[in-house]
Design a binder for this molecule. Structure first.
Ligand code: NAP
Length: 350
């Protein structure tokens, strides 16, 4: 497997001095209006977050970009604005996944000390990873596996937690099951393939021609090139269909799911998501095949489970591109193209 496809740090030619701490201010990528990433994401300054009793302050070394980030930057689909700000973004610093070094520890925090190397998923706690510092509760924090880089650790949490919860909790995947993973070359899919293999499942992965070797390298037992084979024509039946590229309604795919099997809507089009959320429970009751959709919820136990898989050598986070901090807008715009292979990471020190 090629862990880093594009080994240069995009934009890093400018300088490599590391950010400077000026009193209590930090550099951050902010957006105060909805719009295209290159139009609205700006390098600016904000106060360094304060550390409350149950939080840990992290000096961020690397962050990663999730598909959800560009949705938040644009405020689409419109319904995300109900939760994230009707007219303007509620959180001006986004970014959920990061890794770094503990700088300060709240009075009630146990198990972490200044200097610990950690990674976290701040998606449920106000985000803020596209910055030099973040303060997070320990419930979304984990010690970084020693042998991996900060970049690799930043690439792990959001995609890893989504893959793990989608397969284990919603798909109820077990050893010996047959699983179909659509969108296998993306951030979530590349983790799902490896986690499903580690769980002892037989993995059939779906991607385009240019990603076939990459997905085989992740451990998939069979790879279907969707540009050559329409997956609806597959003869196999699967105990779990993990759909990370759901651009077709689940009703057109349900025949691929075995009796008592599960279709898991992970991500894709807005219309297909609404269908899965509204009609899925009805169809599940009528047909016996479960149709579920979910929102991943980061927690310390699942982050530890991912770290254990990494330490066992069963999971790596393939990094497609690495961007310098002041090129974060380009990183988000690249993820928006829907063509990322694995994860897109920001070197906050570059
Ligand atoms: N439910 C949750 O809690 C949750 C959490 C995280 C993400 N998500 C959602 O899950 C989806 C996947 O996320 P991600 O981070 O993996 O996105 P991503 O990394 O941006 O996905 C890009 C990948 O998708 C592949 N792709 C694009 N169109 C495809 C198609 N028609 N069939 C198969 N593969 C296709 C691309 O490969 P090719 O170029 O080869 O087509 C590319 O490798 C997104 O919609 C995201 O919003 C949901």
């Amino acid at each position: 497997m090629q862990p880093l496809r594009d080994s240069c740090v995009h934009g890093a030619h400018r300088r490599r001095t590391g950010p400077k701490k000026v009193f209590d201010r930090m550099k951050a990528i902010v957006h105060t209006a909805y719009g295209a990433p290159l139009d609205v994401l700006r390098l600016s300054e904000r106060p360094i977050p304060t550390v409350s009793a149950r939080k840990v302050l992290i000096r961020i070394r690397a962050a990663s970009v999730n598909a959800g980030d560009w949705h938040l930057v644009r405020g689409v689909p419109r319904m995300v604005r109900l939760a994230f700000g009707l007219f303007r973004p509620k959180h001006d610093i986004i970014g959920s996944d990061c890794s770094g070094v503990v700088e300060a520890v709240g009075a009630d925090v146990e198990g972490y000390s200044v200097g610990d190397e950690v990674f976290c998923d701040a998606s449920l706690v106000g985000m803020g990873a596209f910055a030099e510092y973040i303060a997070v509760p320990v419930d979304v924090l984990c010690k970084k596996p020693r042998h991996i880089s900060f970049e690799a650790a930043a690439a792990l949490p959001g995609a890893g937690v989504t893959a793990l919860q989608g397969l284990r909790d919603y798909g109820r995947l077990h050893a010996g099951h047959r699983v179909l993973i659509n969108g296998a070359s993306g951030g979530v899919g590349s983790h799902a393939v490896q986690i499903a293999v580690a769980m002892g499942a037989h993995v059939t992965a779906v991607c385009s021609t240019r990603n076939v070797d990459f997905v085989h390298g992740l451990g998939a037992h069979e790879v279907v090139d969707y540009t050559k084979t329409d997956i609806t024509t597959l003869r196999s039946r699967f105990d779990v269909f993990f759909d990370g590229a759901a651009y077709r309604p689940f009703s057109a795919l349900l025949h691929l799911v075995s009796d008592a099997g599960t279709y898991v809507f992970v991500g894709g089009g807005t219309a297909t998501m609404v269908r899965a959320m509204t009609l899925g429970p009805l169809v599940s009751r009528a047909k016996g095949k479960r149709v579920v959709s979910f929102m991943a919820r980061a927690n310390a136990a699942d982050l530890r489970e991912l770290a254990t898989l990494v330490e066992r050598g069963a999971l790596t986070s393939p990094i497609d591109r690495l961007y310098a901090f002041d090129h974060t807008a380009e990183a988000v715009a690249y993820v928006e193209t829907n063509r990322a292979r694995g994860r897109v990471v920001i070197d906050v020190m570059a």
